[in-house]
Design a protein around this ligand. Structure first.
Ligand code: DC
Length: 226
């Protein structure tokens, strides 16, 4: 019997902060032999550029000019996925709490979303990719082949984030819970592309699952669907 050749799929994974999207997306892409695209890193890079150039989070004209003038690229190296901003690898600067808060703020602004919408769609043209974000299945790729919405209880998401932060200067868990709640509110209540499951998304609650457990469920869905 000849093995079934699968078409190259576009898979999207949306969900709130700390649900495990990054780990799961990376693992799933590996299992499928696909590219993995972390769209949050693109928002973070725009936030970093705005901070470096002192453009305010509510300055739409400034943000528009900034977006017109920057060049963002995602490249895979032996150190994993790297974000290149105007030729410089800024990956290691993207995860701080300040950049995180600024990314949440600039991601609500039209010029930023418009700029990244075009960029993300261009990155998706080749298919054979797992895209992770907030509006992948709803706005950026409404025609994606397989859509997942990954969620987990807020306390569990905060516990995971807390464990990831360097011990030096780590805020108390209660602060991280409040920061995640605030980010959930920002991401879900904004007018433009708010975080919500696509009507045709498969919803997975990761509260009691390991990343591998989540990936197995996803692969089972993909098997059923293709
Ligand atoms: O996934 P993350 O934490 O790296 O995302 C950083 C911020 O970017 C987050 O506050 C929401 C925003 N974001 C978005 O609005 N749309 C996306 N597709 C990805 C991220």
């Amino acid at each position: 019997m000849t093995p079934r050749t699968r078409p190259l799929l576009l898979v999207t994974i949306d969900g709130p902060a700390g649900a495990g999207k990054t780990t799961v997306s990376r693992l799933l892409a590996q299992r499928l032999g696909y590219r993995y695209v972390d769209t949050g890193a693109l928002y973070r890079a725009v936030a970093l550029a705005a901070m470096d150039r002192q453009v305010g989070a509510a300055d739409d004209e400034g943000l528009d000019r900034l977006c017109q003038g920057i060049h963002l690229a995602l490249t895979v190296t032996d150190r994993g996925l790297r974000l290149i901003l105007d030729g410089a690898d800024v990956t290691d600067r993207l995860r701080g709490r300040e950049v995180t808060a600024m990314a949440s703020a600039v991601s609500a602004r039209l010029p930023v979303r418009r700029f990244l919408l075009t960029l993300q769609r261009a990155l998706g043209e080749a298919r054979g990719a797992v895209f992770e974000g907030r509006d992948m299945g709803t706005v950026v790729f409404p025609d994606a082949d397989v859509k997942f919405f990954l969620d987990a209880a807020v306390e569990e998401r905060a516990r995971r984030r807390h464990a990831e932060l360097a011990e030096a200067g780590r805020p108390p868990l209660a602060t991280v819970i409040e920061e995640i709640r605030q980010r959930d509110r920002n991401d879900s209540s904004r007018q433009l592309a708010p975080l919500k499951p696509a009507a045709d998304a498969v919803r997975i609650d990761a509260t009691d699952l390991t990343p591998d457990g989540v990936v197995e469920r996803m692969l089972a869905h993909i098997d059923v669907l293709t």
